[in-house]
Ligand binder design. Structure first.
Ligand code: IDP
Ligand code: MG
Length: 159
């Protein structure tokens, strides 16, 4: 249990389909804080770095073409156990298999065009946050006021 940050990308399909507000609302409703946020286009070099683990996969060229194809919204979201909680909210990779109630399960029908990326481990989160953000980009962090009713605080620790 740790207050941690994770990286979320609203992929080009989410932005183009004008789902960004509704997806961000889910994270706010759940109790996550936006630590940093950027509206940008991912270039080929950054896409290669971000998806380095998939370099040898057959879908790598289509994946990098997709992620660089239009504007994305990149967020650093903060909360207790942010990495696993957000992965659960995102759902399985293929929208057709993703549980109803998850973001991919509610909004998507595709395996590749699946709306959203979320870091899969604290180590990935650290690496990916550093690819997209500089330390000074985290302009809102550890907001006790925002978090006070989202957690039970014992000895200064959220649970
Ligand atoms: P994840 O986003 O659920 O962590 P990964 O296996 O890490 O899924 O794959 C990264 C991204 O690559 C997926 O979100 C999806 O956009 C795309 N992708 C994954 N597997 C396939 C595939 O078999 N065909 C086409 N695209 C895929
Ligand atoms: Mg992944």
């Amino acid at each position: 249990m740790a207050l941690e940050k994770t990286l979320v990308i609203l992929k080009p399909d989410a932005v183009a389909r004008r789902l960004a507000g509704r997806i961000i609302s889910r994270f706010e409703d759940k109790g996550f804080s936006i630590a940093a946020l950027k509206y940008m286009k991912i270039d080929a070099a950054l896409a290669d770095k971000h998806y380095a683990e998939h370099k040898e996969k057959p879908f790598f060229p289509s994946l990098t073409k997709f992620i660089t194809s239009g504007p994305v919204i990149v967020l650093a979201l903060e909360g207790v156990d942010a990495v696993p909680v957000i992965r659960k909210m995102v759902g399985a990779t293929n929208g057709r298999a993703a549980e109803p109630g998850s973001i991919r399960g509610d909004f998507g029908m595709s395996r590749g065009f699946n709306l959203i990326h979320a870091s899969d481990s604290p180590e990935s989160a650290e690496r990916e946050l550093n690819l997209f953000f500089k330390p000074e980009d985290f302009i809102h962090s550890g907001d006790q006021a925002g978090l006070s009713w989202n957690y039970e605080w014992t000895n200064g620790k959220p649970d």
